[in-house]
Design a protein around this ligand. Structure first.
Ligand code: SF4
Length: 340
């Protein structure tokens, strides 16, 4: 007896670039505006909504569950149709708004300083589920960082496709130069990224100068050699004539010794690199301490003396539930909102 066919998953319009959308329209009726796909939900043209209903093509997938407002940032919790949830953060700058978007449900890398990794990886987001986070935040967004829940280079194809949809001139036409991939640095993916023709920005979460310390902070990356991550990232920077940013979270008693500073200077002196020194913003349930001003200043001065550009930052969004993934974990404990 033949197996019964599985129900086909509905097509999601935001997974499509303008060429694929035009092909779908050509197969399924009238030509429709690709740009209108990205309008606020309430303003979607009626012919587009009718077409979507008629052909079983989803126009939206996310449902807003909650918003958490701070003074400079706002965190949105969105439910997905399969019951999982993701979060997106909107950060106000003096010259616009940055969207910090999620790329996966959960994360496989289990960083000690991050709530997202504590429940493990549930699934990748599709390109459209990444794009919709920006659509839902509205047209004021003019920069995007892939720094929310998930490791973007662990969902490489869908993140790259989302970037191409976001910059599609027939749609949102956002410049790639306003987009930043923030990653722990997966060597194989960095090698592939080097060959992409995209003027994005790249930030590597380094956080250690020895393999042993890095493996204790980022257990999921213990097989990724620091030396290879650094050389692949610098190779990307040279290939694209860019500067790559390395983020170093200074943690007392873990990675803040003079030897760490000397190794950082040796790694980056004379290279197309900049260092963001971060100060830990304490989070419930995470046993890491905040560094003092003197240690941060010593690292900053040492790097500057070595000719390495350096900035000092606090972890973002201190005024709301701040750690990446923390809202998601607090509200949902890493579980689906409801059974699909
Ligand atoms: S910091 Fe990034 S890579 Fe690490 S667990 Fe969180 S989401 Fe994953």
């Amino acid at each position: 007896m033949a197996a019964s066919p599985r129900a086909a998953k509905p097509q999601f319009a935001l997974d499509l670039d303008s060429a694929a959308f035009a092909r779908l329209c050509a197969e399924n009726g009238p030509a429709l505006s690709y740009r209108a796909l990205f309008w606020p939900h309430a303003d979607l043209p009626k012919d587009l909504v009718r077409w979507g209903d008629h052909h079983g093509t989803e126009l939206r997938r996310l449902t807003l569950k909650s918003r958490d407002r701070g003074t400079r940032s706002e965190k949105f919790l969105f439910a997905l149709p399969d019951g999982y949830a993701i979060e997106t953060v909107l950060i106000r700058r003096h010259d616009g708004y940055t969207a910090c978007v999620s790329s996966q449900v959960g994360c496989a890398f289990a960083c000690r300083f991050c709530a997202s990794g504590q429940a493990g990886l549930k699934r990748n987001l599709t390109p459209g589920e990444i794009v919709e986070q920006i659509v839902r935040l509205g047209p004021k967004v003019n920069r995007i960082v892939f720094m929310g829940i998930g490791e973007p280079l662990n969902n490489y194809d869908n993140v790259l496709k989302a970037i191409r949809i976001l910059r599609d001139r027939a749609g949102l036409a956002l410049p790639a130069s306003g987009m930043t991939i923030s990653t722990i640095g997966i060597p194989k993916a960095l090698k592939a990224l080097r060959e992409e023709h995209l003027k994005i920005n790249l930030t590597i979460s380094l956080h250690a100068t020895t393999q042993q310390v890095r493996s204790s902070l980022i257990p999921g990356a213990r097989k990724h050699e620091i030396a290879e991550i650094v050389s692949r990232a610098l190779s990307w920077a040279e290939r694209h004539s860019r500067i790559v940013t390395f983020v170093y979270l200074v943690l007392p008693g873990i990675n803040d010794t003079r030897a760490d500073l000397e190794r950082l200077c040796a790694m980056f002196s004379g290279q197309p690199a900049r260092i963001n020194l971060m100060r830990w913003n304490p989070v419930d349930g995470v046993a890491l301490r905040r560094t003092d001003d003197g240690t941060l200043a010593a690292f900053r001065d040492g790097l500057e003396r070595a000719g390495i550009p350096v900035v000092v930052r606090d972890t973002q969004g201190r005024d709301i539930t701040a750690a990446c993934g923390q809202l998601w974990l607090r509200d949902l404990n890493g579980s689906p909102l409801a059974t699909a």
